[in-house]
Design a protein around this ligand. Structure first.
Ligand SMILES: CC(C)(COP(=O)(O)OP(=O)(O)OC[C@H]1O[C@@H](n2cnc3c(N)ncnc32)[C@H](O)[C@@H]1OP(=O)(O)O)[C@@H](O)C(=O)NCCC(=O)NCCS
Length: 172
């Protein structure tokens, strides 16, 4: 894995990074529309999430700072649970609020795309809230194109939410 002076890309493990992943997820659930969830997740849910990823050989990439603190993570999983979709993955990416805007999102998403190519996937999809400008710009920068618009499919923070699908076809 590439190593920089103050950022190291790793594969996350529940034992080492479960608590940080839980904290980052729950901040995004409570304060953003990145996730269309209302309630914080608990420890057991995160443990199941890790073990489900491991069972299907889906990566959970993380980025650590020089103090071994997890600054963000990115992962993917099945897009839809039917065999003909098996070459497509849906990914997600979360940077801790203290470390946004530092290039970590681009670092993690690029690494995740490389891993998807290595694992032989053909297509990656990110489902992004239409108001999530940072995420939309990040995806556009890495070559994702908007391929679907789902108006008012969510309701959170007392307003309707529109979802945009951003997709890239990988080189496989
Ligand atoms: C969206 C998110 C993953 C971006 O990661 P990040 O580390 O903050 O972004 P980076 O510093 O790598 O920036 C990469 C590009 O994203 C865009 N971007 C990042 N922050 C931005 C902001 N506040 N406003 C507009 N564009 C922004 C820019 O195009 C930027 O490229 P540039 O620096 O050359 O202009 C991160 O902000 C985050 O975790 N947000 C909360 C959770 C979330 O929304 N996850 C995505 C769910 S789909």
């Amino acid at each position: 894995m590439p190593q920089h002076s103050n950022r190291q890309l790793i594969d996350c493990r529940f034992e080492d990074h479960g608590d940080s992943v839980l904290e980052i997820f729950n901040d995004a659930i409570l304060n953003t529309t990145a996730l269309y969830e209302y309630d914080p997740r608990d420890h057991a849910t995160i443990e199941r999430w890790f073990s489900d990823k491991q069972q299907h050989n889906f990566p959970i990439l993380g980025v650590l700072n020089e103090k071994n603190r997890l600054m963000g993570f990115a992962s993917y999983g099945r897009f839809r649970p039917y065999p003909a979709f098996n070459t497509t993955v849906e990914h997600s990416i979360y940077i801790h609020q203290d470390f946004r805007g530092l290039g970590l999102g681009r670092l993690l998403l690029s690494a995740l795309m490389e891993r998807a190519v290595e694992q032989g996937y053909h297509s990656m999809i990110g489902a992004i809230d239409a108001e999530n400008t940072p995420s939309i710009r990040l995806h556009q920068q890495l070559g994702f194109q908007p391929t679907g618009l789902l108006p008012e499919v969510g309701f959170k923070f007392e307003r309707w939410l529109t979802l945009v699908l951003y997709q890239t076809i990988l080189s496989n």
